[in-house]
Design a protein around this ligand. Structure first.
Ligand code: GCB
Length: 608
């Protein structure tokens, strides 16, 4: 009896100590620019996991990764004997019993590691949906919220030479005051959905940098480099060998700023996605990136890319893996989806409804696709609930910091289809201001579905949010949720704002292989008919600068349950979830061929 009491006391003691340590978990360190290209080790591969629907893992000391055989007390878990999940990857599509699971899953990885003396080691995660907590060798390291952006935490003091282990709990429970909120139209794929690894930098290191063409010039490169860590150096070397640029730049107080003539510079464009190798050296730190240079501006209702008007031949995409079920990640998924988009004739992709992974935006740079990137501030946000604006702001910042050197990205989008209200307008005004102060060089947009109808077939774009935007994204579903395709022939459109408009969504569902009369919903012919009418109607609207129909591929959505038609998928894809093209794909392809022949500058012949 006394022995049992003693054991209980020891466990209580450890429990209290452990909870105190857990409470000490930190917010992540500032994001390292270009973490994917840093030295270190990837921890991708098989991780042991334990499902924890009752959220008992902390109390049961999962972070300590105890071995039941070697422990004196009762230990009711054993990572080493548990099954594995592949990282990166969602848990839903790896185990049938987890398809609909929403809650906590604990991941564990044991590995050999040899820290470099005088260097720092950051635990990096490309994304963990939605909340995650990280422990290294049983010690709390950091926690992160937001399912689509990367984070890194300084683990130098916790990693040992030799055997190490990392435990990460990931919880994807939805809450009304999260971003996104309770309801979306996509699958809530949980887990460590993107790369996880250890990224190494010297004690004094390059934290972040920005290089792009100076506003108003076509060949002057301007930028900055920010240093962090031990203040060992006060200079930065910049090399762009192909432009014969080699500069030593002073970095007083850890920041170097520069601008320089770049004679002979070839500008990045979808037709010629030229990237330059850029190398930065500061003390012992050295990083190389591939960066393109282009100009971007708005003039009235025109968007100018490298000084010339551009028409955006777009398509919307979810980060849904193209050729297998589940969340997309990595170069291969990005390449396949973008090859489909290119074959369709696109020069533009709307990456909906959250930041896609860094492999995707880097692939867009390489393949020459212009990008709309957005945060998941989708319908139904609790605008006034405490903490929501901080959550949105953090995701916006993480998206912009990660990708502010990607020449492909032209739009930061701050919301999708949020209903008008004074609270929403104030919230989004702050967010647009924040986006501009983080990156004053790209255009701020949002997708609105708020139009008014003074007469049945008169559509007037009407949303106070537009005052804060550079470019208007307009979602409309005439022919699907709203009337029938022939209504498009009668619709007149008006834009009271002197700003470019992109039709950021239109479309309708079709089950691939289901054929019938064009009047029969869910058939390929009905969807094809919507596209024919949409294109004919939009050709006539002078202020439209591009379209991004909804959507490239069918995607999983829990609210799409019509048997034999939807079966858990939103069927608005131009390509089925098995990779087969539907008839509407070819209608859009034909339109894009014609638009590209006009050099993409116009949908009509009046020089718009
Ligand atoms: C929309 C949303 C998008 C949905 C789509 C649909 O307006 O922006 O997220 O998936 O409609 O299919 O209903």
């Amino acid at each position: 009896m006394r022995e049992i009491m003693k054991t209980k006391l020891v466990w209580l003691f450890w429990g209290a100590l452990f909870s105190a340590a857990t409470a000490a978990a930190q917010t992540p360190a500032p994001l390292l620019q270009n973490g994917l290209a840093r030295p270190g080790i990837w921890l991708n591969g098989d991780w042991h996991y334990v499902v924890d629907p009752y959220d008992e893992g902390v109390r049961r000391r999962y972070p300590l990764n105890l071995s039941p055989a070697a422990s004196t007390g009762v230990v009711e878990y054993d990572f080493a004997a548990s099954p594995t999940l592949h990282v990166p990857g969602d848990w839903n599509t790896q185990r049938p019993e987890l398809l609909l699971y929403e809650g906590t899953v604990w991941y564990e990885k044991s590995f050999e590691y040899h820290p470099r003396p005088g260097w720092r080691s950051f635990l990096y995660a490309g994304a963990a949906n939605y909340r995650s907590q990280v422990w290294v060798n049983g010690n709390p390291l950091c926690e992160h919220e937001g399912g689509f952006t990367p984070f890194n935490c300084d683990a130098t003091s916790l990693l040992k030479d030799g055997a190490n282990f990392v435990v990460i709990s990931v919880n994807d429970t939805r809450h009304a005051d999260d971003v996104p909120a309770l309801r979306t139209d996509w699958w809530n794929y949980g887990g460590l959905t993107r790369d996880v690894g250890i990224v190494e930098v010297p004690d004094s290191f390059i934290q972040d940098y920005s290089l792009q063409l100076q506003r108003g010039t076509g060949n002057r490169i301007a930028g900055w480099v920010r240093l962090a860590g031990a203040p060992a150096t006060n200079r930065v070397t910049l090399d762009i060998p192909q432009l014969r640029i080699h500069r030593e730049i002073p970095a007083p107080d850890g920041k170097a700023t520069f601008e320089m003539e770049a004679a002979g510079l070839e500008r990045w464009s979808p037709d010629d996605p030229k990237l330059y190798d850029v190398t930065l050296v500061a003390g012992n730190d050295r990083i190389t990136d591939q960066i393109g240079f282009r100009t971007l501006e708005v003039r009235g209702t025109q968007i100018l890319l490298n000084g010339a008007p551009v028409f955006l031949r777009g398509i919307s995409l979810h980060a849904e893996a193209p050729l297998r079920p589940g969340r997309a990640h990595g170069d291969d998924d990005a390449r396949t989806s973008f090859e489909w988009a290119r074959e369709l004739g696109c020069n533009f992709v709307r990456l909906a409804h959250y930041p896609h992974d860094e492999h995707t935006t880097r692939m867009a740079d390489r393949m020459g696709l212009l990008v709309w990137s957005e945060i998941p501030l989708w319908q139904g946000i609790a605008w006034t609930a405490p903490g929501v604006s901080d959550k949105a702001r953090r995701q916006l910042e993480e998206m912009i910091v990660r990708d502010h050197n990607r020449s492909s990205i032209i739009f930061w989008s701050i919301t999708n289809e949020s209903a008008k209200s004074a609270e929403r307008n104030a919230f989004l005004h702050e967010l647009a201001t924040a986006a501009r102060s983080l990156d004053g060089t790209r255009l701020i947009t949002a997708a609105t579905n708020q139009s008014s109808r003074p007469e049945p077939h008169k559509m007037v774009i009407d949303d106070p949010l537009i005052a804060d935007l550079d470019v208007v994204g307009l979602n409309e579903y005439i022919g699907w949720y709203d009337g029938v395709p022939a209504d498009l022939d009668l619709t007149s459109w008006s834009n009271p704002y002197d700003k470019p408009v992109i039709v950021s969504e239109f479309g309708g569902d079709a089950r691939q292989g289901l054929h019938g009369d064009p009047s029969q919903r869910w058939t390929e012919e009905y969807q094809e008919d919507i596209y024919k009418h949409q294109i004919a109607a939009l050709r006539k609207v002078a202020f439209i600068r591009g379209i991004a129909p909804w959507i490239l591929k069918d995607f999983r959505s829990p609210r799409r349950q019509l048997p034999s038609v939807q079966d858990g998928f939103n069927r608005k894809g131009l390509i089925s979830n098995n990779g087969e093209k539907k008839k509407a794909y070819f209608v859009l392809q034909q339109f894009y061929r014609e638009a590209a022949r006009d050099r993409g500058a116009a949908t009509r012949s009046d020089g718009r």
